[in-house]
Design a protein around this ligand. Structure first.
Ligand SMILES: Nc1ncnc2c1ncn2[C@@H]1O[C@H](COP(=O)(O)OP(=O)(O)OP(=O)(O)O)[C@@H](O)[C@H]1O
Ligand SMILES: [Mg+2]
Length: 365
């Protein structure tokens, strides 16, 4: 078993790129932890620190209760899978998979056995005698996984392993990595900038931005209760709509924007009063906006500017006021054309409210 712990870790690259700022992270035994965040936020750096390929400027790293902060990668028993899998082109799959074990002078029969087992796990038995050039992208990625599995790692680290694959293959490999996790039952850390990948694979997601973890939680936690504007905007697709609003206590505790008035739950209204805030940001996900071609109860009329029909849903972009647009998602086909009118309402129990100054979800403050 391996519990990975980062304790107050800082990483500063020369001259003074402060990538990780006092971060703490605990990855549970056999957990599938996904690190997400925008390009350049420090995901790979964080993973490399866990692998021992990069060392902290300050802070400590533990595997279980053993400090490994200065332990080289070879002694950590971690396997790492990268985006580019660099297989040896002149070797067949069997030799590619067994190569590291051979270097370690492992017994030939043991190597053969381990390669067979890994090949079976990955369903690539019939490819063992082929060269990498004779494989598809997905098959090559599976060989790269196999090459790591044969080493019986105690920790599996992935750095965007699927980003070279086309969309269809990514979804297939995503499923296979989830299946593999169930079979291997070891601690895994998976880096991606793709929030759909993160949501679908993770036991927990850690969202990194500005050198800090903005939130660490299960996919449902980060989707249902984003702690701040960044997380709210990063998780979910299409992204959450944000509208700058004013709290109006006289008008029955509502949020107001231009000609619109949005009702609030008692919980939110009380919290806003307790915090004494007036300038807020309202957040609502496209899938939670009610949009209909005809008037419905408490709905507002809006002008539809763009319609995107995607099969299972239709994305409807509409104008709220001059230059301010929002997106609603409607199940299936939505029978309204661009330039026509529609009616929207925001169910109050689906509304998020953020502090405009701090960006925090007011229910978390
Ligand atoms: N060896 C280095 N020397 C100096 N700066 C570095 C070094 N390695 C990374 N950086 C910087 O540190 C920051 C984080 O890099 P990192 O590779 O961890 O980001 P990332 O989140 O993995 O991004 P991506 O999604 O693009 O892979 C970047 O600004 C990068 O330019
Ligand atoms: Mg990276």
């Amino acid at each position: 078993m391996v519990v990975i712990k980062l304790d107050n870790v800082n990483k500063i690259f020369d001259p003074d790129v402060h990538v990780l700022k006092d971060i703490d992270l605990e990855i549970k035994d056999k957990e599938f932890m996904v690190l997400v965040g925008p390009s350049g936020c420090g995901k790979s750096t964080c993973l490399n620190i866990i692998a021992g390929l990069e060392f902290v400027t300050d802070g400590r790293v533990f595997f279980d209760d053993v400090e490994v902060t200065h332990v080289p990668p070879k002694e950590r028993r971690v396997a790492m899978v990268f985006q580019s899998y660099a297989l040896y082109p002149h070797m067949n799959v069997r030799d590619n998979m067994g190569f590291a074990l051979k270097i370690d002078k492992m017994d030939k029969e043991e190597i053969a056995q381990r390669v067979e087992n890994a090949a079976e796990l990955l369903s690539i038995e019939e490819l063992l005698d082929r060269k990498p050039g004779e494989l598809s992208g997905g098959q090559r990625q599976r060989v790269a996984l196999g090459r790591s599995i044969v080493r019986n790692p105690t920790v599996f680290l992935f750095d965007e392993p699927l980003s070279n694959l086309d969309a269809k293959l990514r979804i297939q490999m995503r499923g296979e990595i989830i299946k593999l996790q169930k079979q291997l039952r070891i601690t895994q850390v998976y880096v991606t900038h793709d929030q759909v990948e993160a949501m679908s694979m993770a036991d927990r997601i850690a969202i990194l931005n500005d050198g800090k973890f903005q939130q660490i939680g299960t996919p449902t936690e980060v989707y249902n209760t984003p702690h701040n504007l960044f997380v709210a905007g990063f998780i979910g697709s299409p992204t959450m709509n944000f509208i700058d609003v004013r709290f109006n206590e006289r008008n029955g505790n509502t949020l107001e924007f231009a000609d619109f008035t949005f009702e609030l739950t008692n919980e939110l209204a009380e919290k806003i009063k307790t915090l004494g805030l007036t300038q807020l940001v309202l957040g609502i996900r496209p899938e939670h906006i009610k949009i209909t071609p005809e008037h419905h109860e408490k709905s507002f009329e809006v002008q539809v500017s763009v319609i995107e029909y995607l099969g299972t849903e239709t994305l409807v972009r509409f104008d709220l006021s001059e230059g301010i647009t929002a997106i609603a998602s409607s199940n299936g086909f939505y029978p309204v054309k661009m330039g026509e009118k529609s009616f929207i309402s925001f169910p109050k129990e689906k509304i998020y409210v953020f502090n405009k100054d701090t960006g925090k979800n007011i229910l978390i403050e």
